[in-house]
Design a protein around this ligand. Structure first.
Ligand SMILES: Nc1ncnc2c1ncn2[C@@H]1O[C@H](COP(=O)(O)OP(=O)(O)OP(=O)(O)O)[C@@H](O)[C@H]1O
Ligand SMILES: [Mg+2]
Length: 472
């Protein structure tokens, strides 16, 4: 894709020199020799530059004043300033207004190229965020959270209220696959900040150093390998929402830094001097009990209280099984459409199995199960043989005991099947294994511990950890 570079430069020679250079590097260059020409290009001709490279003082005014008035019309473009009269106040103001960089003339072309490249990268990223914002706006409203159970209804009601008010922080809790990501999107795209960016970060996915530089950004050379300037996620989310998934996994020292940024509404990039103002709504999610973690010292209590302005607790699917009545036909229809299938009829025994399953992976697991069955269907009837619900299909029916699976593993009551398709988190597997072992041992802790090759103490500890009930 050929990108547009708007150059605003009144010195004829420099203007044409820069135009020629950047045309050669593949840009569609548009040159304006004063601010009113630039204004006409942006507002009347509606050019959409990825980058604006501007002289500071132009015959008809100051480019920073121009930037201030035009910023909302060119929302993703990065601004770079060149100036012959480099003065500290101008550069400070330029950066405060959100300019990408400020270079003094005469400027070495090689250095300018480097800055242009990294500014272009930053602008494309911002553009992608804006495009996603537009798409998300259409898709997410409180009604996107499905289910007619009492729990689902009260969640929609709460979402209806929350999307009307400007909240500063919120925690979404619930087991894996219960829809925390979905709720975060509804809160943003259905809420008061919908036109601004929503930025996501998974705190468990990045090592500490990377998470820090992602969140706060960095200046060139802030650490080994930090080439170029990087706007942190808090900065990128300015005006919008930062969705911090799996926040319980964030290292404690970073939690302190995050708390400070939230309280002061300011961030400082790594290796940077200046504090940058940010206005960000934080939506934090975790499948762990953050309050308990805070009490045990695994999560900062002050950050917990700062985030816990509101809390949305999502129910596990097994506690709202009536929602299956709504979710299953909708997912079937969705995968029918995606895969060109025509499943219409769901037999009673399939319903019974779906309702009896424990759903450790919640709605995500349900979605995957339905997808598999619809994909393998060859007619109008839902093919129950592909349900393959762990602990059910292959294990519960007496007639099916001792079957061989595809991998030639014999399945019987001493075997547990677990999905290895990302639908179930490790902790949930652990919980599921323990729960199943206890059920099969009729809640006898000693027998279950023996089956698991664990001691009674270990088992008792985990039973407590996972809130399982035993008749001991
Ligand atoms: N009530 C619901 N209505 C419609 N779709 C749902 C509902 N709950 C969950 N989903 C869907 O289930 C899938 C899993 O949800 P999501 O990714 O939001 O879960 P999560 O709680 O963020 O899980 P994790 O803790 O593993 O990140 C998504 O496709 C989501 O859209
Ligand atoms: Mg998620």
């Amino acid at each position: 894709m050929i990108e547009t570079l708007l150059i605003i430069e009144d010195e004829k020679l420099l203007g044409s020199e820069l135009s020629r250079h950047y045309r050669q590097s593949g840009w569609d260059v548009v040159l304006a020799t004063n601010l009113s020409e630039a204004r006409a290009l942006l507002l009347n001709k509606r050019i959409e530059p990825l980058l604006i490279l501007s002289d500071m003082n132009l015959p008809d005014g100051n480019a920073l004043d121009f930037m201030e008035t035009m910023k909302k019309n060119v929302n993703y473009a990065e601004w770079l300033f060149l100036t012959g009269y480099g003065s500290v106040p101008d550069s400070v103001r330029a950066l405060r207004l959100g300019a990408y960089d400020f270079l003094e003339k005469p400027c070495d072309l090689e250095r300018l190229d480097l800055v242009v490249t990294s500014a272009a990268r930053s602008a494309s990223m911002q553009r992608r965020v804006i495009d996603q914002t537009k798409q998300g706006h259409r898709r997410y409203s409180p009604e996107a959270y499905l289910g007619h159970s009492r729990q689902a209804q009260s969640i929609r009601e709460l979402l209806g209220r929350l999307t009307q008010v400007p909240f500063s922080a919120l925690i979404i809790g619930g087991e894996s696959g219960t829809g925390k990501g979905l709720i975060a999107r509804i809160l943003h795209y259905g809420g008061t900040r919908a036109q601004q960016p929503m930025i996501e970060v998974n705190c468990a996915a990045l090592p500490r150093e990377l998470l820090e530089s992602e969140l706060f950004g960095h200046e060139p050379g802030a650490f080994t390998g930090a080439s170029g300037r990087h706007r942190g996620l808090l900065e990128q989310a300015d005006g919008g929402t930062l969705f911090m998934d799996e926040i319980g996994e964030m290292p404690l020292d970073l939690q302190a830094k995050l708390l400070k940024a939230i309280e002061d509404h300011k961030v400082r990039r790594l290796g940077g001097e200046k504090e940058i103002s940010v206005d960000v709504q934080i939506v934090a999610a975790s499948n762990r009990d953050l309050e308990k973690m805070a009490q045990a010292g695994g999560f900062r209590m002050d950050l917990y209280h700062r985030l816990n302005v509101f809390r949305v607790m999502l129910p596990p699917l097994r506690e709202a099984v009536e929602d299956l009545d709504e979710l299953v036909p909708l997912f079937v229809a969705e995968y029918n459409a995606k895969a060109g299938r025509r499943v219409k009829e769901i037999p009673d025994d399939v319903w019974n199995k779906l309702k009896a399953h424990y759903w450790p992976g919640n709605v995500r697991e349900l979605r995957n199960v339905i997808e598999r069955c619809v994909l393998f269907s060859d007619g109008a009837i839902f093919p129950g043989q592909w349900l393959q619900l762990p602990g059910q299909d292959s294990l519960s029916g007496a007639g099916q005991r001792g079957q061989k699976t595809d991998n030639n593993i014999e399945v019987n009551e001493r075997v547990i099947c677990l999905p290895l398709d990302g639908s179930m988190a490790l902790d949930d597997m652990d919980r599921f294994i323990i729960k199943t072992a206890l059920e099969r041992a009729d809640n006898n802790l000693t027998a279950a511990a023996r089956a698991l090759g664990a001691t009674r103490e270990t088992l008792r500890y985990r039973v407590r950890k996972y809130n399982l009930k035993i008749a001991d």
